[in-house]
Ligand binder design. Structure first.
Ligand code: NAD
Length: 362
């Protein structure tokens, strides 16, 4: 583990009775850190500093009390080092010592979980999430902390894997596992305006409130969908609609343009009519229709076509497991398989470009 003064801090959890000097010191970093529910000198863990996680962890570090420690972990060491450097810069630019905001790079997920009261994960696929949790759990029981350990997995994975992990943690009484995937993309992760949908047992109302208070450090909405697994189920239902709407929008725009309609006028009309949807309004696939959309910058950034295809795959496989027919699913899947192959790394609205290229010259 990298050297940090933070490790000498006791894992003490004391209800906040803030004194003025500490309040003044903290307010330099983030005035919203003040809440009677916030506790002091806690250790938080964050695993997976990718496109989403890196920015979420930055918001977390900015909003937890300065005296708390954030432990981070990513298989990509550069991401962790870049994170530490950036936080030191933030502290320096606010006139504080670079190490005043404590960030510790954990050597592995187990170390991080042993020390942290709240562990947030943001990993690509179900197998990454399972690997991380198996590495945490296979070394025997985690040492008890004063407050129950809370694992919040924000990754988009399948409900079966998520429930399996919740079960492994709950039956061994090693804490609470909550599935809390998110919506809002990299822009929302950076701005701290993500929407979360989470699955958590509400037998004790306290858990739901505790989860919500953590999620609100990284987002602006947190929907409690029901028991474990319902967060990822809700997310996959949402992204199934998104996958289909994106194709339908690309097709309708391509069709309208080929009929001679003005793309901006067409989009504006649809956005006040029954075809209105997020891909038409916010993420329009035609370059120049929405200036801030990825299509207007060569389909760079945004929600990658591979992630869309992954979510669609997970949704269809979960639908199959529950014997639910999805009439458009396989067609959409074959579209994304081809578009992913041809336009890997681009925003998923690149489906429009693919359709345009396939259209016959008339
Ligand atoms: P990403 O691939 O950019 O980041 C994942 C990070 O996890 C990487 O830094 C990787 O090195 C790290 N990682 C992989 N295996 C690891 C392990 N065993 N231990 C520690 N770190 C490990 O992915 P992302 O875009 O940040 O997405 C994360 C999750 O959020 C995904 O499930 C995705 O579907 C979901 N999501 C993404 C978006 C988006 O717009 N990118 C939006 C909503 C939801």
């Amino acid at each position: 583990m990298s050297v940090s003064p933070a490790l000498s801090l006791p894992l003490r959890r004391v209800p906040v009775t803030r004194t003025l000097p500490s309040a003044v010191r903290l307010s330099r970093f983030h005035p919203r850190a003040f809440s009677t529910s916030v506790q002091r000198d806690a250790t938080w863990g964050f695993i997976g500093l990718g496109q989403m996680g890196y920015n979420m962890a930055k918001n977390l570090r900015a909003k937890i009390p300065a005296t708390d420690t954030l432990m981070i972990r990513d298989v990509n060491e550069d991401a962790s080092k870049r994170f530490v450097k950036e936080i030191q810069e933030i502290a320096r630019s606010s006139g504080s010592e670079p190490d005043s905001l404590k960030v510790v790079i954990a050597e592995n997920a187990r170390d991080l979980a042993e020390q942290s009261t709240v562990v947030v994960t943001s990993l690509p696929e179900p197998e990454h999430v399972k690997d991380v949790f198996h590495s945490i759990l296979r070394q025997g029981e985690l040492p008890a902390l004063e407050q129950e350990r809370l694992f919040i997995d924000t990754s988009t994975i399948d409900p079966a894997s998520s429930k399996e992990l919740a079960n492994a943690i709950h039956t061994t009484r090693q804490g609470r596992f909550v599935d809390a995937p998110m919506s809002g993309g990299v822009v929302g992760a950076t701005a701290g305006t993500l929407s979360f949908m989470f699955g958590a047992s509400s037998q004790t109302g306290q858990l739901v409130e505790r989860v919500r208070s953590v999620l609100m450090l990284m987002g602006k909405k947190a929907w409690h969908m029901g028991p474990p697994g319902t967060g990822v189920s809700g997310k996959l239902a949402n992204n199934y609609i998104l996958a289909i709407n994106n194709i339908a929008t690309a097709e309708a725009m391509n069709l309208g343009i080929r009929w001679g309609l003005d793309p901006k006028t067409l989009a504006e009309m649809v956005n006040t009519s029954t075809g209105r949807c997020w891909p038409m309004e916010i993420n329009n696939p035609v370059p120049g229709v929405v200036e801030t959309a990825p299509a207007s910058r060569g389909y760079a950034g945004g929600f990658g076509v591979s992630l869309m295809n992954k979510d669609l795959r997970l949704a269809l496989s979960a639908a199959k497991d529950s014997g639910t027919p999805m009439a458009l699913g396989d067609i959409a899947r074959s579209v994304y398989n081809t578009v992913e192959e041809e336009h890997r790394g681009k925003d998923f609205s690149v489906v429009y470009k693919w359709l345009q290229d396939k259209s016959e010259a008339k």
